[in-house]
Design a protein around this ligand. Sequence first.
Ligand code: ZN
Length: 336
Amino acid sequence: MKPHDLLHPRPAGLYCPPGDFYIDPVRPVERALITHGHADHARAGHRHVLATGQTLDIMELRYGADFAESRQALAYGEKLSIDGVTVSFHPAGHVLGSAQIAVEANGLRIVASGDYKRHPDATCAPFEPVRCDVFITEATFGLPVFVHPDPLNEIRRLTASLAQFPERAHIVGAYSLGKAQRVIGLLRAAGHDAPILIHGALAKLCNYYQGQGIKLGKLAPATDEEGIVDRGAGQIIVAPPSVFGERWTRRFADPLNVFASGWMRIRQRARQRGVELPLILSDHADWNELTATIRETEAGEVWVTHGREEAIVRWCELNGIVARPLNLVGYEDEAE
Ligand SMILES: [Zn+2]
């Protein structure tokens, strides 16, 4: 069996003909295997969804209980046979519940890693490399210039700013699934014990993380029906990045905009969004993590998707690994 016969791109997404399923399809399909809960990978409207229990829970929180006709949970490491194709899910270290999906038939194993990272993250299970013949890697930060700094050092820049500007409300823009909880967890690890105010859009997911045993400390709503609960001077308020430039932020005391994203490596992006304190904090692998991971999988062939495909393809070729870009459409790197 050739790799292409086991998995190949179609307009709806990555398709497995012998198993008749898609991985992270961007259109409604009969049978979908979902790597993680970010909206560009996990969409509503499939007939049957197979994912980790946490990803299924997150999809229900976001889309409601009827997001699919039927669902099935697969634990990390558990194997399931679908029409002669063996599938298994393995931790991707990206967000809670995130998984790489291994697809195996006739002795050929392909691993679709979805989004992943190798930096430590106390809010999800750490990435586990899986040996395979073909490794499908993302390349969001697939350029040598992208080397992410130590997350705890980045968060200490935030606590230092809070100490320096106690009269200002520090509004941290962080995506609601994964990044927001990671920022809060890192603040706790850095010794910030005070209650953290959160935007209403984060409440459900923060509650879910806490219910899954992820310690986030004391959280309080930033606003209620009456408006703001507190002007937030000297406090940290975590909100989706969409609040920047909106009236919502201007209610707080001399707001200082903080954005936690891998893209904050690019100064211009921080300036465009009016970010005063950019924190380089990413849930995607940087250049070193991408290349180290490719080596660890021992894959002889690598397919590169969503991001800077060319540089990773070139690196593989220079290192004797067959590589090609996989032109999948519909995945945005913005949820970062
Ligand atoms: Zn993602």
